[in-house]
Design a protein around this ligand. Structure first.
Ligand code: ZN
Ligand code: ZN
Length: 302
C-alpha cells in the first residue's frame, strides 16, 4: 500500500477519505482536518486563551499537542479524579507530556479537595460515571472562569460525537440535541465557550497519530466506565462504518445541515436565565448548582 501523496509506504488507511498515507502525509492530513473543523464551526482564534482538558488518554493529549503546534494559546487542565492506580498512571503521562514539550498545566486534585470520585459516588449513592461527569463539568467551568480563559477545548472525536448523536436520536432525547454542537457559545458571565476541535477525526486516527508522533498515553479505559451504554452505540456505528465507510461522518455532519434546525432551541425546563449558585456562587440554571447538590447529598448520607 502506497501513500496517496508520495511514493512512500503508507502506514494508515483511511477508507472514508479513500486514502492511505505515509507518516508525513498522515500528519499533514491530521492537522488539516483539525483546522477545517475549527474553521467550519468557527471554534477558536489564535488570540483565544484556551484551556485544554486533558485526561492522559490519547484524544486529549493529541488535541493539546496539535493545538500548540498550530500556534494556539493553550494551557492544559488535568483533574486527578482520585481513582486508585488509574489516576496515578494517567497523571504521570500528563506531567511527562507537559514537561517534555514545555507546556503549561493546571492540576485539580479531587482527593485533596475531599471529592475523590469513588468516595463521592459511594456516599451520595450515585453511579460513578454520573458523579464523575458532574464533578468534571463543574471544574471545567470553574477553572476556566477563575483563570479567565476564553475557551475550553475537549478531545471528543468523530466516534464519540456521532455515537452520542445516534444514542440521543434512538431515544429522541430532544433535551440533549441542542448541546450536540462541536462549539457551544459562552453562556451568562461565567460559562466559557466550549469547543471540540478533533471532531473530523476518528479514534483510530488519534491512536495512529500517537504512534507516528511518539505520544505516550494511558491505554486503559477508566476502570469505572466499564459497560457504559455509550460503548454499545460506538460499536454499532463502527460496524456500519466497516461496511459503508464515511457513514458516521455523513450522519454527524449532515445533522447540522439538515436536522439541527428542528432541535435548536435549548429547553432548560423553562428556567431560561442563569442565576448564581446560592452555595458556591458559580453560575447555574437552578438555585443550587448540580455540583453543590451532589456535595449536599454526600454530606447528608455520611
Ligand atoms: Zn506520503
Ligand atoms: Zn454551587
Amino acid at each position: 500500500m502506497k501513500c496517496k501523496k508520495c511514493p512512500q509506504k503508507a502506514v494508515i488507511k483511511i477508507p472514508r477519505a479513500n486514502a492511505a498515507f505515509c507518516p508525513e502525509h498522515f500528519n499533514e492530513f491530521f492537522y488539516k482536518q483539525t483546522e477545517k473543523g475549527i474553521e467550519d464551526f468557527r471554534m477558536l482564534s489564535k488570540e483565544d486563551r484556551t484551556m485544554v482538558c486533558v485526561s492522559g488518554g490519547k484524544d486529549s493529549l493529541v488535541l493539546w499537542h496539535v493545538l500548540s503546534e498550530l500556534g494556539y494559546d493553550v494551557t492544559g487542565m488535568y483533574i486527578d479524579l482520585g481513582i486508585p492506580g488509574y489516576s496515578d498512571r494517567s497523571k504521570e503521562r500528563v506531567n511527562t507530556f507537559a514537561v517534555r514539550r514545555g507546556l503549561k498545566i493546571i492540576t485539580v486534585d479531587l482527593k485533596e479537595l475531599g471529592y475523590a470520585v469513588p468516595d463521592v459516588a459511594k456516599s451520595a449513592k450515585r453511579q460513578d460515571c454520573s458523579v464523575c461527569g458532574t464533578i468534571k463539568r463543574y471544574y471545567f467551568n470553574k477553572i476556566a472562569y477563575d483563570y479567565n480563559f476564553d475557551a475550553v477545548a475537549t478531545g471528543h472525536n468523530l466516534d464519540d460525537e456521532s455515537s452520542r448523536l445516534l444514542g440521543n436520536l434512538l431515544h429522541w432525547s430532544e433535551e440533549y440535541l441542542p448541546g450536540m454542537s462541536p462549539v457551544l457559545p459562552a453562556e451568562g458571565k461565567m460559562m466559557k465557550k466550549k469547543v471540540k476541535p478533533l471532531i473530523r477525526l476518528t479514534e483510530k486516527e488519534t491512536a495512529a497519530f500517537c504512534i507516528v508522533n511518539g505520544i505516550d498515553y494511558i491505554m486503559e479505559e477508566c476502570p469505572m466506565s466499564r459497560g457504559a451504554t455509550s460503548l454499545v452505540y460506538k460499536d454499532a456505528l463502527n460496524r456500519i462504518e466497516d461496511d459503508m465507510p464515511g457513514t458516521a461522518h455523513y450522519f454527524y455532519f449532515q445533522y447540522f445541515k439538515k436536522a439541527k434546525k428542528w432541535f435548536s432551541v435549548p429547553d432548560r425546563k423553562g428556567e431560561g436565565d442563569t442565576t448564581l449558585c446560592e452555595s458556591c456562587g458559580m453560575e447555574t440554571f437552578t438555585d443550587k448548582c448540580s455540583f453543590c447538590r451532589l456535595v449536599e447529598k454526600m454530606n447528608e448520607q455520611s
